[in-house]
Design a binder for this molecule. Sequence first.
Ligand code: EPU
Length: 336
Amino acid sequence: MNIQKNISLKKYNTFGISVNAKRFVKVTSVYELQQLLKTEKDFFLISGGSNMLLTKNLEQLVILIDIKGISIDKESNNSVFLTVNAGENWHDFVLWCVGENYGGLENLSLIPGNVGTCPIQNIGAYGVEVKDTITKVEALEIETGKLVTFSGEECKFGYRDSIFKNTHKNLFIITSVSFKLTKNKHKINSSYGAIETELATQKITSPTIKDISNAVIAIRKSKLPDPNEIGNSGSFFKNPVIKLSHYNALKKVYSSIPSYPVSETLVKVPAGWLVENCGFKGRRFGDAGVHKNQALVLVNYGNATGIEIYNLAKKIQKSVIEKFDISLEIEVNIIQ
Ligand code: EPU
């Protein structure tokens, strides 16, 4: 393993924040990772770098998880069980599945990041969450260096949530994720409004998983900035859940406020709508900004610092509280 000195992390985080790692190493196998952890106790992990905001140079060893490989564990007539190593790019994996006609992940096309981080925040989009297909997660316990397997149930998945964000935070390094996908009789999830519209535009009435993947790619490209062109981390905030009574009071004043039912007494409100209605959509403050097509995505136009992006986020939170009495929770990991 080659430990490099003073490496810029700009290309390793999708926000494109220019900070340096004092020491930097790529690991390509679980064995290498286990060896490294025997001596290195102060480290910082990077995978796809798609859900973090770096606000300063990193003094600790930065470990890039670059463990690749996909294997088929078993197959039946209708299903396939796969194990995918943490360093595989998420979207390349989804496209590979679609190409093999393995169904279940097509709605999650074009999400930035790597496979190893998909369980941490239970990535979700267009009516599907990755928890629906995960059978197990293998992770290295940092303290003992041992591999531990978590069943899907043990991961305690929730909306953008799992044990890896809570009780198990910073205790494990995910090394692989296993999935159960369909080989035929795919469950086509096309009911999400934007997908229906996209399929109708293309005059597709019985969509295949490839059609769904293409529709999602088209929708995401039209709404969300490509991190290769404008730095960003996808949704910066979570969609807040509020009391129905609070929502009804807001609805009297803001008749267009959207909502999704959560329970009899709770509803979810799109953070993008709240941010837009505080006047931030498309605004730019130096090189930090709010995306013009999706207000819950903060962007780096080139040379914004992590602090500038974070300050903009705090300004937005303050404004949303003042106007709607709703506190927006940040979804991205702020590294400070
Ligand atoms: N909206 C606005 N203004 C905006 C953005 C959205 O009014 O600037 C309104 C839309 O009109 C719509 C509603 O908000 O009524 C929902 O918008 P959208 O369908 O774009 O979804 P979202 O709730 O804003 C969530 C996820 C996205 C995911 C989409 C599609 C969260 C925090 N975000 O966004 O996830 O792609 O649904 O399923 O749950 C991500 O996590 O990085 C991400 C992009």
